[in-house]
Design a protein around this ligand. Structure first.
Ligand code: ZN
Length: 275
């Protein structure tokens, strides 16, 4: 897995404005979003481990100061999303938010965060400042963020909804903190103590829970979720048409994940039958 952490410079993406006060400061694989709340900056996720220098550079290059990052909300507790969290807290006093279930995972089963796969001996799990609970409305400066717990990829994945502003216009952003099936194989679930693969149902219920939310802008957790980089290229070519504005995409993508989950589940059970 270590290939995911080396040569971060090759993954660097020049930061760009997605819409109004929402900017992209992530790399070509792991998304990080910066929201200018009007009174301090919020980051959604903290980037890959070993990518922190490039995250700091991206915040500067987007036209902001890293020491204005007051809050980081972590989508879930995997090593590729929490990389810069402690650095920001130690250096700038940034407050760290994560869902309770993954705070517990850090305490009791840090190995499920894959922190041991980081090539840096300095990386470790940590204690966030605030545990996010289901239904929380968090206030960051002038921004209000509606939070829901969407367990599945990990037990502590969060979905976030908030309004972005561009002049007088408002658009609702939707973010889903973790889609990968890598933690849903029979083998992995058994290792986690889930011998009846209950997590498949949990994952599906989480999709259903937020599927009907009205979303104008679907923000990715990884760039492949919402074709972040392709949209960035399209946007550059024709700045009059913002490809991030798409009212269908949220529902379409979550629906697609549901179907993929059914196929995945079937294949997993078939493979298990052959064992
Ligand atoms: Zn993950």
């Amino acid at each position: 897995m270590s290939h995911l952490f080396f040569h971060q410079e090759r993954r660097y993406v020049k930061p760009f404005q997605i819409y109004g006060n929402v900017y992209y400061v992530g790399d070509s694989w792991v998304c990080v979003h910066l929201i200018d709340t009007g009174d301090g900056l919020l980051l959604i996720d903290a980037g890959n481990v070993c990518a922190t220098p490039w995250l700091v550079q991206a915040v500067w290059e987007a036209g902001f100061r890293p020491n204005d990052v007051k809050w980081i909300v972590l989508s879930h507790g995997h090593v590729d999303h929490v990389g810069g969290a402690e650095f920001f807290r130690d250096t700038f006093g940034t407050k760290l938010y994560m869902a309770e279930a993954d705070v517990r995972m850090f305490r009791e089963h840090p190995e499920f965060s894959f922190i041991q796969d980081s090539p840096s001996v300095l990386d470790r799990v940590f204690e966030p400042d605030v545990c996010i609970q289901d239904g929380d409305v968090l206030t960051f400066g002038r921004l209000k963020v509606q939070c829901y717990l969407v367990p599945g990829h990990t037990e502590g994945c969060v979905a976030l909804f908030f309004d972005a502003y561009q002049g007088e216009e408002t658009k609702r952003c939707g973010y889903y903190g973790g889609f990968g099936f890598n933690t849903l194989t029979c083998e992995f679930l058994e290792e986690m103590g889930d011998r009846e693969y209950h997590m498949w149902k949990v994952y599906e219920e989480s999709l259903d829970k937020v599927m009907d939310q009205p979303v104008d802008i679907f923000l990715g957790n990884h760039t492949e979720n919402n074709r972040t980089l392709e949209k960035m290229e399209e946007f550059k070519k024709d700045p009059r048409r913002n490809p991030f504005l798409d009212r269908e995409e949220w529902r379409r993508y979550l629906g697609q994940k549901k179907e993929e989950l059914h196929v995945f589940r079937k294949k997993q059970l078939e493979a298990k039958g052959r064992r």
